[in-house]
Write a protein that binds this ligand. Structure first.
Ligand code: 0O2
Length: 211
């Protein structure tokens, strides 16, 4: 990697690592208390240089404006079981004082034309570097497992077809998005049953572990 990129991306890498620990820690705290965690799992990545350059070109972002204009060079994803959990997670993020929220984009009540659903929170996160504090933008995407499944598949197909889907694939993706939406709806309706079963299962595991 070129020296320049290495320096530029260093605070982003640091931020992703720190935030993975912090956001996963939220899940651990719920588990410790034996209550349903609104967070199922957390992932994070720094955008590859090729994707940064691609996006900069598509969106006409000058390379010396990346810091301010590209909000997802550092990205975290928080996956939830149920749609309602997403708001709970957003509330938890709003209450934190280790970063400030600069923007929220709700693609759940307003899904994208592609069928994409997710809740995006852009934060300004202070990273302590040896030369001082650096405030960087980080995008946190919060979505259900079903939304994540659809987005992951669509993202790979998008890559394969460079965004120009054949008509039949486009239609299937639309139907798959609808199916993912219905799956979320059905799961929400039996949420109570599912959570009871999950609580009973973890109690049983605990007894086994203590034997
Ligand atoms: P990657 O590979 O995920 O890192 P834009 O890029 O124009 O859609 P903008 O302003 O960057 O929009 O912000 P937005 O839409 O809030 O966030 C962009 C990111 O959201 C994307 O990152 C995806 O991760 C996700 N996303 C948005 N729309 C879609 C979609 O239709 N399908 C899928 N699968 N994901 C989507 P990148 O830059 O695409 O890259």
């Amino acid at each position: 990697m070129e020296r320049h990129w290495e320096f530029f991306l260093a605070p982003y890498k640091q931020a992703v690592e720190e935030l993975k620990v912090k956001l996963k820690g939220m899940r651990t705290q719920f588990e410790m208390q034996g209550i349903h965690s609104p967070i199922e799992f957390v992932t994070g990545r720094v955008k590859p240089i090729a994707s940064i350059l691609d996006k900069a070109q598509k969106k006409n972002i000058p390379l010396d404006q990346l810091e301010e204009q590209m909000q997802d060079i550092a990205g975290l994803r928080m996956m939830c079981q149920f749609v309602d959990d997403i708001q709970t997670v957003v509330e938890l993020l709003r209450k934190r004082n280790d970063f400030t929220i600069v923007e929220e984009r709700d693609y759940i009540t307003q899904k994208k034309d592609s069928g994409y659903r997710s809740y995006h929170v852009v934060i300004r996160y202070p990273v302590q570097m040896i030369y001082g504090e650096k405030n960087i933008l980080v995008e946190i995407q919060i979505r259900t497992l079903a939304m994540n499944f659809w987005a992951t598949i669509e993202h790979s197909l998008n890559y394969k077809y460079s965004g120009k889907f054949p008509e039949d694939i486009r239609q299937r993706l639309q139907r798959a998005a609808e199916a993912a939406y219905l799956l979320d709806e059905e799961m929400s309706k039996i949420r109570f049953e599912i959570q009871e079963a999950q609580a009973a299962f973890s109690r049983k595991q605990e007894v086994k572990d203590n034997e």
